[in-house]
Design a protein around this ligand. Structure first.
Ligand SMILES: [Zn+2]
Length: 60
């Protein structure tokens, strides 16, 4: 699986929105997260991937 070179190790922290529609993880509190009306949670990238989140196109 080819990943963009700017994606680092899976241990880094990412931000996810805890809601049914949210399927993106973010590298920081980017404006994609501002639309999140639910809880924003910081998790490792590995954890986000395990939850089937994919990289946000804005901040990744
Ligand atoms: Zn983002």
């Amino acid at each position: 699986m080819a990943l963009p070179s700017h994606q680092k190790a899976t241990g880094e922290s990412v931000y996810i929105c805890i809601s049914r529609g949210a399927k993106k993880y973010h590298s920081h509190k980017c404006h994609g997260l501002l639309r999140c009306t639910h809880e924003i949670k910081a998790v490792t990238r590995a954890e986000a991937l395990k939850r089937k989140y994919t990289a946000c196109k804005i901040c990744y």
